[in-house]
Design a protein around this ligand. Structure first.
Ligand code: F6R
Length: 607
């Protein structure tokens, strides 16, 4: 959740750290801090956004060749200047930044206080500098002191540590929270996530669980928890710095919504065999496994879970293989049985979501092989799965996921077609038509943006909105759920997504005169049913927006958004775009912080 950066080298440290923190602000934005190691430690901490820290620092002259920084998403202790990281030991010589949760911090803190240590903050993190301080009483080596300290920690951490007596060195460590090292020329970096490194280097080393690294100007050395040296060569990432700029858009979210036609094209590239109308998925499970599957278990969180629901509907419709989808935090703990011949599918943009990772590890422990769909090639999900499909969404910076979602939907459509091909051959007409239609998707997605002006006007008309309903059947219900999540998380408008057939079983009680309802109507076979739902809500005075394909019959609504016609099966890839835009423009009308909505962080690496 929090973001960490570190730098050792000859460039101006403060500006490199500030720049890195800004690139990681999506990971947490309630407070931030930086410490630079020169002749002394220069410490700056500030509650609020990084821009406030930046103005606090702007007049400071700080020299140094190493430093670490942190952007916080509070877990223990309210967001304020004192609880902001870095945290120091009693001597004031040692500074630590931390992402994660130390589960046994209370017992460690009590023991440290008994030994005379003085704590200033309410954080769990602050035990770490004091523990290292204790270790340094018996060891004269920072690396060894860190190794000794982390063996006492329970929970999750990504740590970066500097000490005045060990100049031009950063020690960092990782357990369950991501940490990436950036390899430069005469300079080296560390960060929680790749975007912070992209302006400086594309050469990275991903630190694994229970590894510690010593970062100096010209060397990066990695060790296991016993202090044994590990040799690992850097890998080169295929993202570039331009991908993390706003590119003329007012917000990252709007830019990322607009990137979707290209994301669909890039994710699909090389996977359609048009000569034989089939899908190629060499990165996925082989025929022998797919042919005998009796069950598929999908797990994910949030938006990625909605993509999983799409996967279930499509896989079952096309192949009949029973498919369950379960939210990561439920899957990991629920008592249950699994079928023998099964496959797990794990979906995660970041590849680091704690509950998704835990659910995936449970699958593996149950003997279920795992196919991962992720946007980050170096992520834990990618590394721990049996097969991995990389969505080509590029870095997603806005906290609310948009382009990664469509890439996940597309990946699942490809998987469902590949599964069908493996089980039934490639002669099925429905599958062939879908492969053909997939090709047209980028252009159809582009056409959807013709609605943007209309959507903006609709949001303006509803600018005092507090409650909204999104209703749909079949795949439209999946889109309604994702659309409702977008509206809630960035505009703070309360929104209920419901399967339209459930209205009479309860929620209809809420539909009264003037209530705003969006009725999704892209599932052609279900249109007569949707007509009845329209009548039901209109009869109770609701104002209705209809979302339908251009080739379907007109419906009597207060507003209609018309999508370019495509297959019912692919509708979620198009229908979500107007709902994302609606959430965006509604949030704008309400003056919300669109890219960094309250209480949220992009990568949820704690439980
Ligand atoms: C919502 C959103 C979240 C994420 C969820 C899972 O817009 O972004 O619901 O989808 O936290 O994240 P990943 O996909 O990184 O595992």
């Amino acid at each position: 959740m929090c973001g960490i950066v570190g730098y050792v080298g000859a460039r101006p440290v403060l500006s490199i750290l500030l720049d890195g923190l800004k690139k990681l602000e999506y990971r947490g934005y309630d407070s931030a801090g930086i410490v630079v190691l020169g002749r002394d430690l220069s410490l700056f901490k500030k509650q609020g956004k990084i821009s406030l820290l930046e103005s606090q620092i702007s007049h400071s002259q700080v020299d140094g060749h190493a430093g670490i920084g942190h952007t916080r998403w509070a877990t223990h202790g309210v967001p304020n200047d004192i609880n902001a990281h870095p945290h120091l030991d009693c001597t004031g010589k040692l500074a630590v930044v931390h992402n994660g949760i130390i589960e046994n911090y209370m017992e460690l803190k009590t023991a440290l206080i008994q030994k005379g240590h003085v704590f200033k903050s309410d954080t769990d993190t602050e035990v770490i500098p004091h523990l290292i301080e204790e270790e340094l009483l018996n060891k004269d080596d920072l690396l060894k002191a860190v190794l000794g300290s982390i063996s006492l920690l329970r929970g999750s951490f990504a740590l970066a540590i500097i000490h005045k007596d060990f100049p031009e060195k950063i020690v960092c460590a990782r357990r369950e929270s991501p940490l990436v090292l950036g390899i430069g020329n005469g300079e080296n970096f560390l960060a929680s996530d790749i975007p912070a490194l992209l302006p400086y280097t594309k050469k990275i080393i991903v630190l694994d669980n229970d590894e510690v690294a010593l970062i100096e100007k010209t060397t990066v050395s990695i060790f296991d928890v016993q202090g044994k040296r590990i040799h690992r060569s850097p890998q080169t990432v295929d993202w570039d710095a331009r991908m993390i700029e706003k590119g003329g858009f007012e917000h990252f979210m709007l830019k990322e919504i607009h990137e979707q036609p290209n994301v669909i094209k890039d994710t699909m590239e090389g996977h359609l065999d048009l000569a034989y109308n089939k899908v190629l998925l060499p990165e996925g499970p082989e025929d022998s496994l797919l042919q005998h599957l009796e069950a598929i278990y999908i797990t994910a969180c949030g938006t990625a879970y909605h993509a999983g629901l799409y996967g279930k509907y499509l896989i079952e419709a096309l192949t009949g293989v029973p498919t369950e989808v379960e939210i990561g935090s439920e899957f990991r703990y629920r008592e249950r049985m699994f079928k023998d011949k099964s496959l797990g599918i794990v979906i995660s943009q970041s590849g680091e979501t704690a509950d998704t990772l835990a659910a995936m590890r449970r699958m593996k422990a149950e003997g279920i092989p795992v196919f991962a769909i992720t946007n980050v090639a170096s992520s834990s999900v990618a590394r721990e799965s049996d097969w991995v499909f990389h969505t080509k969404a590029g870095p997603e910076v806005a906290v609310a996921s948009t382009k990664a979602y469509t890439a996940q939907l597309l990946s699942l459509a490809l998987f469902a077609l590949r599964l069908k091909g493996a089980r039934e051959g490639s002669e099925d007409l429905r599958a062939k038509a879908l492969v053909q239609e997939l090709q047209r998707l980028p252009i159809l997605a582009e056409t959807t943006f013709n609605l943007e002006g209309k959507i903006q006007a609709y949001a303006n008309r509803l600018r005092y909105l507090t409650d909204y309903f999104m209703l749909g059947r079949g795949l439209d219900y999946v889109t309604a759920m994702e659309g409702a999540l977008k509206l809630k998380e960035i505009s703070y408008v309360h929104c209920e997504a419901y399967p339209a057939g459930e209205l009479k079983h309860g929620p209809l009680a809420l539909i009264t005169s003037g209530k705003q309802v969006c009725l999704l109507a892209t599932q052609r076979q279900l249109l007569p049913k949707i007509h009845s739902n329209l009548k039901e809500v209109k009869a109770r005075g609701a104002e209705v927006l209809i979302l339908r394909f251009s080739d379907s019959e007109e419906m009597e609504a207060d507003e209609t958004f018309i999508l370019p016609a495509t297959s019912d099966y692919l509708s979620p890839l198009l229908a979500i775009i107007p709902l994302q835009l609606f959430a965006y423009y509604m949030a704008k009308e309400k003056g919300c912080d669109i890219d960094q909505p309250r209480n949220l962080a992009k990568s949820v690496t704690v439980e």
